[in-house]
Ligand binder design. Structure first.
Ligand SMILES: O=C(O)CCC(=O)C(=O)O
Ligand SMILES: [Fe+2]
Length: 252
């Protein structure tokens, strides 16, 4: 695609963005897309802007995903009820100096993040099996969050920290400098944070497949305080998903 920013630029909708200003708490706000694009162009380290939007790319999602490698296309989240399905593609536009929150993705899924333009530094903090694990390094009460409007919080969550791993030393981590054209695939339950070294354009999605089914299901089991028999993991994936989700609903 020529430019993601150009593809969505005629849209007049309101988008959410994060603005960081030196010495102040980061704020999350809504504004017209055109306004955010001006802020993105003016973004600097001490006053930076990051847009992450899960709806703008919806009209292009199928066309974009058809061009992705097969392993990014085979995703079992379509077996979830529609209101619990994560959005297939998240648009991410970063200004110079933008930093995402330090967070673990919802549902302990496998994340993928494709960078089309610019350079982005990642820090990963390898974790235990689930994002529900306590991480005292990242603050006593990390903020849980769901997907979209947060409905997924009922069956599983992601966690966000108010700390910034690029501002303070939070212990050993893996660092990776993502270059344009690269797609990073990572365990979403590992806490991670990005630093946009230049203006960036990219998009992200997530996977549920044979590699991570048990981790994602166990995240739901633990979040909803369920108990499942060990033999469940030998069953076909459709049955595992149906059983865990129905027990999660029953537990509400
Ligand atoms: O690209 C970013 O700035 C953050 C992306 C992210 O956290 C993700 O893809 O899970
Ligand atoms: Fe993430």
């Amino acid at each position: 695609m020529e430019s993601l920013a150009a593809a969505v630029s005629d849209q007049r909708c309101e988008v959410q963005f994060k603005r960081m200003t030196a010495g102040k708490e980061p704020v999350k706000s809504g504004a017209a897309l055109a306004e955010v694009q001006t802020l993105l162009a003016e973004s600097r380290g001490e006053d930076s802007v990051l847009l992450m939007d899960e709806t703008l790319l919806a009209p292009f999602a199928q066309r974009i995903l058809e061009q992705a490698p097969a392993y990014l296309q085979s995703d079992w989240f379509h077996l979830f009820p529609p209101s619990w399905q994560p959005s297939p593609l998240c648009l991410i536009l970063g200004g110079v100096g933008a930093r995402s929150d330090l967070h673990a993705d919802p549902l302990a899924w496998t994340g993928w993040n494709c960078l089309l333009r610019g350079r982005k530094l990642w820090r990963f903090f390898p974790a235990g099996r689930s994002a529900c694990d306590a991480e005292p390094r990242f603050g006593a009460v990390p903020r849980p969050f769901g997907v979209g409007r947060g409905e997924l919080c009922a069956i599983g969550c992601g966690r966000g920290s108010a700390k910034d791993s690029f501002q303070e030393d939070l212990g050993p981590c893996l660092e990776y400098l993502q270059q344009p054209g690269e797609t990073l695939i990572f365990p979403g339950h590992w806490w991670h944070q990005t630093y946009h070294l230049t203006t960036t354009e990219g998009f992200a999605g997530q996977l549920l497949n044979g590699q991570n089914l048990r981790r994602v299901m166990e995240h739901i089991v633990s979040w909803c305080h369920l108990e499942v028999e060990e033999e469940i993991w030998q069953r076909p994936h459709q049955e595992v998903i149906a059983q865990v989700l129905s027990e999660a609903v029953d537990s509400m």
